[in-house]
Design a protein around this ligand. Structure first.
Ligand SMILES: [Zn+2]
Length: 280
């Protein structure tokens, strides 16, 4: 009983001193409020980072890890710089809300040929040079493991997307068409950095090729764009066959800081470039 009374007394005391502290902080003298205003005017790199992570709608767990790592040392910022140092289209955000510049067409597309390294299922497939070279390297590695990759779809021009989308709307209505295909200008395929492999349907995930690519694509700079369970983040249902070439540094950045979710990293970089780089 005596202990309980003491405890209640302690609680009362603690809450009183807390109130006192609060009232003290409210009495800010003019000099210190000027200092505070200056701090607000020039945000630190950490403030910027936190603001951008919020704007990019990154989940709290990922935000906490990134903030922790950024406070500990500058490795996060070094990784960010390295991830965005290459061709800007490697990290260009293209999704249902963010189109490519109207009628964008890469100027270094090369025609893929049915060759030793991999098979193609039509003769007009084109990729940007860097992606084509990397695809070949990856395909040779797959062959060394006894797997021959099949490339089914690559670059899609604005006009091509327009035709597909209009056809889908006609056949299945706008709502389903939006889920199954991108509006013109909104397809990652227009970057010339994307490959759809194999059957382009769910059965691909369980094939030897599907399993091999999932496990190895990252080593060659390729990233799964629409993973299982992230439709509300990417805007697309799971596409086990759709990989985007983003380069090795960006794959590492996505895996290390964004749990392997390409969309989160690209949204973050988009907001970082818009809010921090263009201002600073
Ligand atoms: Zn695709």
């Amino acid at each position: 009983m005596k202990i309980l009374t003491l405890f209640i007394f302690f609680l009362l005391f603690a809450s009183c001193s807390k109130t006192k502290q609060t009232s003290q902080t409210q009495e800010i003298d003019p000099a210190s409020s000027i200092v505070m205003a200056e701090i607000v005017e020039s945000p630190t790199e950490e403030d910027n980072l936190n603001m951008v992570l919020m704007r990019a709608e990154i989940p709290q767990g990922i935000v906490d890890n990134i903030m922790k790592s950024a406070r500990r040392d500058s490795v996060f910022f070094v990784a960010l710089e390295s991830a965005t140092a290459g061709d800007p289209f490697l990290h260009f955000l293209v999704d249902k809300k963010h189109p490519l510049p109207k009628e964008y067409e890469p100027d270094d597309l090369v025609l893929l040929k049915d060759a030793e390294a991999y098979h193609i299922n039509r003769s007009d497939l084109r990729l940007r040079k860097e992606a084509a070279d990397s695809l070949e390297e990856m395909a040779f590695a797959a062959q060394a493991d006894g797997i021959t990759l099949l490339v089914s779809s690559t670059y899609r021009s604005y006009n091509y997307q327009e035709n597909i989308y209009n056809r889908n709307v006609k056949e299945m209505g706008r709502e389903i068409a939006d889920r199954e295909s991108a509006r013109p200008g909104h397809s990652q395929h227009q970057t010339g950095l994307v490959v759809d492999f194999g059957s382009i349907d769910d059965s691909f995930a369980l094939t030897k090729s599907g399993e091999w690519i999932l496990a190895n694509a990252g080593r060659f700079g390729w990233s799964l764009s629409f993973p299982d369970g992230y439709e509300n983040v990417t805007g697309y249902r799971w596409e086990s066959w759709h990989y985007r070439y983003v380069g090795k540094p960006l794959v590492d950045f996505i895996d290390t800081y964004f749990n392997g979710i390409q969309q989160y990293a690209l949204q973050f970089i988009y907001e970082w470039e818009k809010n921090v780089l263009s201002v600073g």
